[in-house]
Design a protein around this ligand. Structure first.
Ligand code: FPP
Length: 243
């Protein structure tokens, strides 16, 4: 199927799409494979979705790759996830750069293994001036911690007189989040049937449309993504208004 086979209005494309890539483990288990096999196939879907985002001219894509809670998983699985991310960046960085993708990380890199961290830092620096797509990788990310971090920085800036508390409003507060100057997601997709936010972008998703699909992330192809965009375009976004 080609983009023209879908009922997508190119004038109503969401600016920012955020995705909770869930279900890798269950997908693998169903096939009697180790959970990590699901993560490996999941990386292929990351590749597909970035291509689809490029075709649709979506400007911001946020992928939930690893939460602050994911450290509780067995260390082998954590190790594989970190390795997959490093390999992905090593292998794909030329292509991402060619597509004019800017890589950013939402989360704290301090706990990320050194080799992986170096790969990420290299990718961030190399792509810092790219301006076609922003790819946010939420890594060691937790939304409550993000908000607490923002509050701490605000208090510090107030005490250094860099910020006047009277000037703190929603727009100003946003600048203290990892997403800083980026627009809020218009659409949040979670794969694999769970209907919850799992500490993902709690502030930024206030007015976003949510799509929950039964499809597990390793099966979430370009076709599934385009269908999600069709669904999104049929929603009526009012932002509290009545029209
Ligand atoms: C959720 O499935 C998925 C994750 C915790 C990791 C997602 C990571 C990748 C797809 C690979 C690396 C990322 C990038 C950006 C290259 P789960 O393990 O929670 O599945 P389950 O709910 O079935 O157990």
């Amino acid at each position: 199927m080609d983009l023209k086979d879908y009922n997508i209005d190119m004038k109503k494309i969401p600016k920012h799409v955020a995705i909770i890539m869930d279900g890798n483990g269950r997908w693998a288990k169903k096939r009697l494979m180790p959970r990590t096999a699901g993560h490996k196939v999941g990386v292929e879907r990351v590749r597909d979705i970035i291509k689809a985002v490029d075709k649709l001219n979506i400007k911001y894509l946020t992928l939930y790759a690893f939460s602050t809670e994911n450290w509780k998983r067995p260390s082998d699985e954590v190790g594989v996830l970190m390795q997959l991310l490093a390999n992905y960046l090593k292998k794909e960085i030329d292509e991402l750069d060619r597509k004019n993708v800017r890589i950013r990380v939402l989360g704290e890199l301090d706990r990320i293994p050194k080799k992986v961290r170096e790969e990420i830092e290299k990718a961030i620096i190399r792509t810092k001036d790219n301006d076609n797509i922003v790819l946010n990788i939420a890594l060691n990310y937790g939304s409550r911690l993000e908000i607490i971090r923002a509050v701490k920085n605000i208090v510090e800036d107030c005490s250094n007189e860099k910020l006047d508390i009277e000037r703190l409003d929603e727009e100003k507060f946003k600048e203290y989040l990892y997403t800083e100057d980026q627009p809020d997601p218009d659409l949040m997709i979670r794969t694999s049937g769970e209907q919850r936010l799992s500490n993902f972008l709690l502030y930024q998703l206030a007015y976003s449309e949510f799509i929950f699909t039964e499809t597990a992330w390793p099966d979430f192809t370009e076709d599934e993504f385009f269908k999600a965009i069709e669904l999104y375009q049929n929603r009526n976004r009012r932002f509290g208004d009545i029209k």
